[in-house]
Design a protein around this ligand. Structure first.
Ligand SMILES: Nc1nc2c(c(=O)[nH]1)N[C@H]1C(S)=C(S)[C@@H](COP(=O)(O)OP(=O)(O)OC[C@H]3O[C@@H](n4cnc5c(N)ncnc54)[C@H](O)[C@@H]3O)O[C@H]1N2
Ligand code: MOO
Length: 452
């Protein structure tokens, strides 16, 4: 912890209120610091193509073939040659042309040879290699066929309905860049280029613990003042994916030594350790001192966001550490903003959605907002121009806010598809005022499938 960080952190018994927001990290700076704690993991594994979805390409991969590999028909019809259409024996200069059909070219089959001695056509089916000597295809809908002959009235131009070898990519083209999160589109590309296996980065080792005496696993009876632990299942669900190996470190009681020991036992065994709860300033909030007692170095504490202010970033024994608040909606948001960015960095990716959200959306709901912390509100965009209120007069998508901001409420979150982001400096929001938009699809689901 640097002197600047210490001055930003609250004193042990102080209350970090909105009036203290100037001492909290700005969210963009906090994401940058979270990323800076993470070093891309090294190493390469080779996995079968069928197991590559969701993994990160460890090297660039090229196609050994031109794609497609040969000229072929794009339509069911007839292959023709210039020679046939210019021959005086079957046609006038402007048609109609009547040509005998002398063979069939089907996908996967041998191509019939052109008969250079007389004008003719060849029956050709979509995907079939264009027989040598033919240079255009007429779709069967554009000609008539009777008694082994076709009649066509218009000359299909040279190259009509032919897909040329290499028009998608010449041989040697890189079809998968190193660092790409592989999804179904890349799998298709790799498959068509003949790659049966892919070099990928090793999976990230991620561990989750929750802190709190009140926590009881779902399925077990609750005592007085107890609650079911929702954060651990939530985080484990958010983190489940092909590129992670997850470890559930359980719920740790609110005792300084227990928290210290749990953190010390995890240190260095994982690329990223997440905790929730105990991150604030109460008597039973042991995270910060326990983390230091376990040998951790706190990078920063406290982010100017609502919900989710008590966020601790640090490193311990080679592991990056993210301490999130206990309130479930705050923990969810903290995961989406910070854990997602850290995992991207650990897997060698860059970019990602800016934490302030996409511009161009407006609120459909009036909100009271005290200038101070940036506020993240569960919201739903409306893209229904046929209905009143879907798009504002300026054509901007309207976000319907699902409920009042709360660090503890899960119901608004469950009905949302992203966060509307009210800028820290904004006062009350009226319908039509601009707000940022952070769709869930750009956050942790970006880790499940999207390209960096
Ligand atoms: N005097 C002050 N009190 C609080 C401050 C403050 O600045 N001064 N900050 C508040 C803010 S903001 C937040 S957020 C919370 C977060 O504090 P903690 O990270 O220490 O979280 P806990 O106190 O352990 O729990 C908060 C809340 O969430 C429930 N919880 C905790 N873990 C789970 C879980 N795994 N599953 C479901 N629910 C959980 C817990 O029972 C509490 O209700 O502190 C404020 N206080
Ligand atoms: O910052 Mo906290 O608002 O309750 O998550």
């Amino acid at each position: 912890m640097t002197p600047a960080d210490i001055s930003r952190a609250p004193s042990g018994d102080g209350c970090v209120c909105d009036r203290d927001a100037g001492r909290l990290l700005d969210v963009t700076a906090a994401v940058a610091r979270a990323e800076a704690l993470c070093v891309a993991v090294g190493g390469v594994e080779t996995v079968p193509l069928a197991e590559a979805a969701g993994r990160i390409a460890a090297a660039a991969i090229a196609t050994p073939y031109p794609m497609p590999g040969f000229d072929h028909a794009a339509m069911d019809g007839y292959a023709l040659s210039s020679h046939a259409l210019t021959s005086g024996s079957v046609a006038g200069a402007s048609g109609p042309w009547v040509l005998p059909v002398t063979g069939v070219a089907a996908a996967g089959g041998p191509a019939p040879a052109a008969d250079g001695t007389r004008p003719h056509a060849v029956r050709i089916l979509t995907g079939a290699a264009l027989p040598a000597g033919f240079d255009r295809v007429v779709a069967q809908e554009d000609c008539t066929s009777t008694d082994g002959r076709i009649t066509l009235r218009r000359d299909p131009a040279i190259g009509a309905h032919i897909r040329r070898a290499g028009e998608d990519a010449p041989a040697g083209t890189v079809i998968l860049a190193a660092g790409t999160r592989i999804d179904a589109r890349h799998i298709a590309l790799l498959a068509i280029a003949g790659h049966a296996a892919v070099p990928v980065l090793p999976r990230l080792r991620v561990a989750v613990m929750t802190l709190g005496d009140e926590l009881v696993p779902p399925g077990q009876p609750l005592g007085p003042g107890r609650i079911h632990d929702s954060n651990r299942p939530m985080l484990l669900a958010l983190l489940t994916g092909p590129s992670t190996i997850l470890t559930d470190l359980g719920a740790i009681p609110d005792q300084a030594a227990a928290v210290r020991d749990a953190i010390a036992a995890a240190a260095g065994r994982f690329d990223l350790i997440l905790s929730t709860g105990g991150a604030s300033v109460g008597d039973r909030d042991h995270l910060k001192p326990a983390f230091v007692a376990a040998g951790g170095v706190i990078d920063s504490w406290g982010v100017a966001i609502k919900p989710g202010r008590p966020v601790m970033l640090g490193r311990i024994g080679g592991s990056a550490f993210l301490g999130l608040p206990g309130n479930p909606a705050a923990a969810f948001l903290g995961h989406e903003l910070f854990a997602t960015a850290m995992l991207r960095r650990l897997s060698g990716q860059s970019g990602g959605v800016p934490p302030t959200g996409h511009a161009g959306h407006v609120s459909g709901t009036a909100l009271t907002h005290r200038p101070g912390r940036t506020e993240y509100l569960p919201a739903r965009p409306e893209y229904l121009p046929a209905r009143t209120g879907g798009i504002d007069p300026a054509g901007r998508p309207v976000l319907r806010i699902m409920g009042p901001s709360s660090a503890a409420r899960l119901m608004p979150l469950a009905g949302a598809t992203g966060f509307a982001v009210v800028d820290a400096a904004a006062g009350d929001i009226r319908p039509g005022d601009p707000v940022g938009w952070l769709p869930f699809s750009c956050l942790s689901s970006g880790l499940q499938g999207a390209r960096s």
